[in-house]
Design a protein around this ligand. Structure first.
Ligand code: PFF
Length: 463
């Protein structure tokens, strides 16, 4: 037991700043970039979406990212400790955000499990002609649950990849952050970026790709008057940058004392957006190809998230003239790679929080957290899984995240009034000077927008 306590006292630390940036970019780049961004951009004004997107990125995404960095770096502790350092009253907010991240990891992993299966199915396009009934029927099991309380049986085709993926995450996370998470990011991120580049080049060189690109990029400026478009931009930026769930607080707490925070934040944010734009171009190129092949318009073949990846993409892959399996492996393999480096960041806040609170070794915390997460994941691998996934995702992103992020502003700027200290801390370690615009964004603009977003979501609920 003594050995265990000793180990618990050795705090994780990234080997270099580049290692931290890679891990942070690994967290940011995930399903949100590949299957969420393209659809959200297309639906919300196409090329014109870039305006609210950059507005949200600059006034909320990057400022809150920096806020998380400084909270973690200043306390060099997990999220509950970071908030407690502001005031004891706020420790619970750290637990709340870590809990949200944990819950997301349990269903995020399910989608990776589907993608892993589909990477395998890509060999010889095993989904056949009717990709929709293959996914919902053959793959997920044709006896879908009847309602919320009907769990139904386990979907073994999903259970197996889920268990495999959790086992992988478990072995990565058992090791100290620089040996596990950092090394994983160092290996997987370059491969992922390489795969995405090849995928995108193939996507835009397909016949009919321009039709897809036109659909994605043609600006519809009238969308800018619709508040929901702005809400969508904020939602996308938050999810994609991994802010609001204490993941970046935790990652930044493993930085050495004198590391440039502002610069790291900008690099991570722009790398994330760059990846998002590239993925969207490749995907819409491929959608243009499918539309041309089926003799219809792009709007008839665009699907969102689950439908896009598991119903439409298999169709595209089957239709390709050559090397279809490779294109399938590139697409689904990218989802798996991108998602795995995000899942570890969703689990790490609770591992870190429990270690700090109970003083246990990393391995003990990881045993419990990964074991529990894998068990909860199985709930979504039942016949009722799709319903649960929808419900949990909806409430978590529409309320849990927003309320947590509003409280972040309240905690730092309004009740404890530590925002100036935080600003000074960033400026002390960073080359780029963070001006008062940051304080204004974090303490006024972002919380106001988030309150409006929460209000619109509530109104939506009653429609
Ligand atoms: N940013 C990830 C994505 O785009 O898929 C998802 C994510 C990871 C969200 C970590 C939140 C988080 F804390």
């Amino acid at each position: 037991l003594k050995g265990e306590t000793d180990m618990a006292q050795v705090r994780d630390q990234w080997t270099t700043r580049a290692g931290f940036i890679l891990a942070a970019v690994g967290s940011a780049i995930g399903l949100g970039n590949i299957w969420r961004y393209p659809y959200v951009a297309y639906e919300n004004g196409g090329g014109a979406f870039l305006i609210p997107y950059f507005f949200a990125l600059l006034t909320a995404g990057i400022p809150i990212l920096l806020l998380e960095y400084v909270l973690g770096h200043r306390s060099r502790g997990s999220s509950p400790i970071s908030y407690r350092r502001l005031s004891q009253k706020w420790e619970w907010l750290g637990w709340w955000q870590a809990l949200l991240a944990f819950v997301i990891s349990t269903y995020y992993m399910i989608i990776l499990a589907w993608a892993l299966s589909y990477t395998w199915f890509s060999f010889g396009t095993q989904w056949g002609e009717d990709t929709e009934s293959f996914f919902f029927g053959q793959y997920l099991g044709s006896n879908q649950a009847e309602g919320f309380w009907d769990i139904g049986g386990l979907q073994w085709s999903v259970v197996i990849p889920v268990v495999l993926l959790w086992a992988f995450v478990y072995f990565v996370m058992r090791r100290q952050a620089h040996r596990g998470i950092e090394r994983m990011a160092r290996i997987m991120m370059p491969i992922l970026i390489g795969m995405m580049v090849v995928f995108t080049i193939r996507g835009i060189t397909l016949e009919g790709a321009t039709a897809g690109l036109n659909a994605l990029l043609t600006p519809d400026f009238s969308a800018l008057t619709d508040p929901n478009v702005w809400v969508a931009a904020y939602g996308q930026v938050f999810f994609s940058l991994s802010v609001g769930f204490a993941t970046m607080i935790t990652y930044a707490s493993y930085l050495k004392k004198d590391e440039d925070l502002a610069n790291s934040g900008l690099i991570a944010a722009f790398a994330n957006s760059g990846f998002e734009f590239m993925a969207a171009i490749g995907i819409f190129g491929a959608l243009g190809f499918l539309a041309t092949q089926s003799g219809t318009e792009v709007e008839h073949v665009v699907g969102q998230t689950i439908g896009l990846a598991f119903v439409i993409f298999p169709r595209i892959i089957s239709e390709l003239p050559w090397l279809n399996s490779l294109f399938g492996v590139l697409f689904f393999g990218s989802l798996v790679f991108a998602g795995l480096t995000s899942v570890v960041s969703l689990v790490e806040p609770s591992v870190s929080a429990i270690r700090d609170k109970l003083g246990v070794a990393r391995t003990t915390a990881v045993n419990w957290i990964c074991g529990l997460a894998a068990l909860v994941s199985l709930l979504y691998a039942t016949n009722g899984g799709l319903i649960y996934l929808d419900v949990v995702d909806h409430y978590l992103n529409s309320y849990g995240l927003l309320i947590g992020a509003i409280l972040m502003a309240v905690a730092t700027a309004w009740t404890t009034r530590k925002i100036r200290d935080l600003q000074a801390h960033i400026n002390q370690v960073s080359d780029i000077h963070i001006g008062n615009w940051w304080v204004l964004c974090v303490s006024v603009i972002t919380p106001l927008v988030l309150i409006v977003m929460t209000g619109l979501n509530i109104v939506d609920e009653w429609k």
